[in-house]
Design a binder for this molecule. Structure first.
Ligand SMILES: [Zn+2]
Length: 288
C-alpha cells in the first residue's frame, strides 16, 4: 500500500471571511476579507510525503521561516501583508521533518506544487536538484508579470528554481475531464482543480482499497467542501465551484479521504481512514 504522511510546517491564521465569503464577485469578496476583523483559529500548513515504489513524492513544501521577518511579505500587497499570519520554526520546515522520517529531501523523486502561494512553495530551498512539477498554467501565472499582484512573490523562490510544467493531457479520469498520471502504475495522478488559483492542481493517490485526495487549497476543509463554499480570495469562483463539485462527486463514487492543506482534521482522517461522504457534513466538528 502506498503510504501518505502529512507533515505540518507551522500554522496560519486567515480572516474568517476568507473561509465564509459573502460575495460571489471577486472584488467585493476580497475587500470583505480585507476589512474583516475576525481571524480563524490557527490552521495547519501541511505538506505531504508519498512513499511510492518508484521513490518519494512530496506534495507542496509548506511554509518558510522567513515569513516572520518584517518586510518579507511586501507591504504594498495589503491582502497578503495583513490577512495572513503564519508562524513556524526552522525545525518545522519540511526539510528537517522529512529527514526525521528517514528521507533525504534532495533524493526525492519529485515535488508537486498544488499552487505557488508562499505557504505551499515556502520550503523549495530544501529540494535543490529535484524535479519540481507545477501546472503549466500556474507556472505561467506565478512567474509572469502579473504574478506579484496575485500574491506570487517570486523573489522568495530559490534562484535555481525552474519547474517542470505539466499539462493535463491524459484524458478523463473518474469525475475529471483531464488528468495526468505521475507514476507508471497511475497510482499517483495530478488533477486540475482551478478556482483558488487558476492553475491549481490536486493529487490523487491510490492507497490500497481507497483514494487519498490531496486537495491543496482547492478547498480549505472537508466541511467547506461539503457545504459547497467557495473561498474569500478565490481567483475564479465559477471554476472553484466546478472543481469542488467534481471532488464531491468523486467522494460519492469511491472511498476517498479528502485532505486539504489547512484542514485541522485532515491528518486525523488520514490516520483513521475516515472517508469523506456527504453524510459526514452534519457530524463534522470543524466549527469556526
Ligand atoms: Zn493558496
Amino acid at each position: 500500500m502506498i503510504a501518505v504522511h502529512p507533515i505540518q510546517t507551522g500554522v496560519v491564521q486567515i480572516k474568517s471571511r476568507q473561509t465564509q465569503p459573502r460575495h460571489e464577485r471577486r472584488e467585493p469578496r476580497v475587500l470583505d476579507v480585507l476589512f474583516d476583523r475576525q481571524w480563524t483559529r490557527e490552521l495547519p500548513i501541511s505538506a505531504y510525503a508519498i512513499e511510492h515504489p518508484e521513490g518519494l513524492i512530496v506534495v507542496d513544501t509548506g511554509g518558510d521561516t522567513r515569513v516572520t521577518q518584517p518586510g518579507f511579505v511586501p507591504r504594498w500587497h495589503v491582502v497578503a501583508a495583513t490577512c495572513d499570519r503564519q508562524s513556524l520554526t526552522a525545525q518545522e520546515e519540511v526539510g528537517p521533518q522529512l529527514r526525521a522520517l528517514g528521507h533525504d529531501p534532495r533524493s526525492a523523486l519529485k515535488v508537486v506544487l498544488t499552487h505557488m502561494h508562499s505557504d505551499h512553495a515556502g520550503g523549495l530551498a530544501h529540494f535543490e536538484g529535484v524535479d519540481i512539477l507545477v501546472s503549466e498554467r500556474e507556472a505561467a501565472l506565478a512567474l509572469g508579470r502579473m504574478g506579484p499582484v496575485n500574491a506570487y512573490f517570486k523573489q522568495h523562490y530559490p534562484r535555481w528554481f525552474a519547474p517542470t510544467t505539466v499539462s493535463f493531457d491524459s484524458g478523463p479520469w473518474e469525475t475529471f475531464d483531464a488528468s495526468i498520471p505521475l507514476t507508471a502504475d497511475g497510482a499517483v495522478r495530478l488533477l486540475p482543480t482551478p478556482g483558488h488559483t487558476r492553475g491549481h492542481t490536486s493529487v490523487a493517490v491510490e492507497s490500497g482499497d481507497h483514494l487519498v485526495l490531496l486537495t491543496g487549497d482547492a478547498t480549505y476543509s472537508e466541511e467547506l467542501l461539503l457545504a459547497g463554499a467557495i473561498d474569500g480570495i478565490a481567483e475564479d469562483a465559477r471554476a472553484h465551484r466546478d472543481s469542488t463539485a467534481r471532488i464531491r462527486e468523486l467522494c460519492a463514487r469511491r472511498d476517498v479521504i479528502v485532505v486539504p492543506t489547512h484542514d485541522p482534521h485532515g491528518a486525523q482522517r488520514l490516520a483513521q481512514r475516515q472517508f469523506t461522504t456527504t453524510t459526514t457534513k452534519e457530524q463534522s466538528d470543524v466549527r469556526r
